[in-house]
Design a protein around this ligand. Structure first.
Ligand code: AMP
Length: 380
């Protein structure tokens, strides 16, 4: 699925491209068409799911077809719990609207800073991203009017309630026109959320997306710094030294996967490849043998690995790093399951160093890096 299939304007598609989004995340796949149709949405999704663009894109698409706002009546109100989220959401709107033919003004307002500059800047704002307390202050100062709001977004609604904003939220609801579109996003669906859903949303489309994969605690991660030429010998050395009985090795291309298998076999280690060039029958057979312990090393590409369902794998080796941190987590998550510990090893060339730093940052975990200059790989 691609972003162009939603029928979004080309100027918005350009903004998406500029942000480097290549395909829509699940929450976006489901929410964008529903919001474009004018439906209310209940999104059970967390930060990191891509929920901001899921509501920002269809909202911008709608605003594109309307005259530019010039007064203090905002068309879209996004209520958020914190200043940080307010700034983040505003930034997403801003980035996505860079290529639009006319400016759609988005502004973030939050407490903890002086109210005057915010009041002065508000005029002509179409999308207001606000924390509830500051929003009400601005309403009381006649700096903003909510009577023409067409779309209300409640972002991280559970957090807003946890922070004690219930009364403020109720007051905001009472200032909004009855006829409007409502989009509520929350990671959880506690009691008070249910009340809001029941009283404010009309026949919502419910969207539930899984939380991003996180790294299980039981995985021991280590990386070996190695030159590209020494990767093959190092792989064989590790398999032998650690007595790996069963290991899943990841390669980034079909060709590399086949090469690795060829070299392992030549050196007396039973191995097989699993990738998109093999027929379904051949793949099933290879998996069967691997599961039965008849093949020691399975070398797979990411795509082929999705279907691998093995209860417990003691070792996963990234012969090459995946492009995305998400795939890294997905790969290593194949070990350390079901209360058993596992080990994930990555072979890092000097060219990979920067990319591997990004992966560690995204995953929020530091991986021990082992130098291999002193290892004797002869005969491996
Ligand atoms: P959010 O859950 O809205 O905070 O988004 C989490 C992160 O995912 C942000 O850094 C977004 O820029 C990014 N993101 C959102 N949608 C996509 C997409 N379709 N492709 C790649 N990155 C995305």
């Amino acid at each position: 699925m691609s972003f162009s299939s939603f029928g979004l304007s080309s100027s918005l598609l350009k903004g998406i491209q500029a942000l480097g989004y290549s395909s829509p995340y699940p929450v976006q796949q489901q929410a964008i068409p529903a919001i474009l149709k004018g439906r209310d949405v209940l999104g059970i999704a967390q930060t990191g799911s891509g929920k901001t663009a899921a509501f920002a894109l269809p909202i911008l698409e709608k605003l594109l077809k309307q005259p530019v706002a010039t007064n203090r009546s905002v068309k879209v109100l996004v209520l958020v719990p914190t200043r940080e989220l307010a700034m983040q959401v505003e930034e997403t709107f801003y980035n996505l609207s860079i290529h639009l033919p006319h400016k759609i003004k988005t502004m973030a307002v939050y407490g903890g800073v002086s109210i005057n500059p915010q009041m002065m800047k508000l005029s002509g704002t179409a999308v207001l991203v606000a924390t509830p307390g500051r929003l009400l202050d601005l309403v009381d100062h006649n700096a903003v009017k909510l009577s023409e709001v067409e779309v209300l977004v409640l972002d991280e609604a559970d957090k807003m309630l946890n922070l004690g904003f219930k009364e403020e939220m109720d007051r905001v609801f009472s200032l909004l026109p009855a006829r409007r579109q409502n989009l509520l996003f929350s990671a959880t669906l506690g009691g008070d959320i249910q009340t809001i859903v029941a009283t404010q949303l009309h026949n919502p489309v419910t969207i539930e997306v899984e939380a991003e994969a996180s790294v299980p605690e039981l995985i021991d991660q280590v990386a070996y710094q190695v030159s590209a030429e020494k990767k093959g010998p190092l792989l064989r050395y590790l398999i032998r030294r650690e007595n790996m009985e069963q290991v899943l090795v990841f390669a980034s291309s079909i060709r590399t996967a086949d090469n690795i298998v060829g070299k392992l076999k030549k050196n007396g280690i039973e191995a097989a490849a699993l990738h998109g060039d093999k027929s379904q029958g051949a793949r099933t057979e290879v998996l069967k043998q691997f599961k039965a312990g008849k093949i020691r090393v399975l070398v797979a590409t990411d795509l082929a690995s999705r279907g691998i369902d093995i209860k417990f794998l003691p070792y996963v080796i990234n012969y090459e790093l995946p492009r995305s941190p998400k795939d890294y987590v997905h790969r290593i998550g194949r070990t350390g399951r079901a209360e058993a510990s596992g080990k994930a090893i990555s072979l890092i060339t000097p060219e990979d160093a920067h990319h591997f730093k990004i992966i560690q940052k995204k995953m929020g975990k530091q991986v021990t890096i082992v130098q291999t200059d002193d290892l004797d790989l002869h005969g491996a």
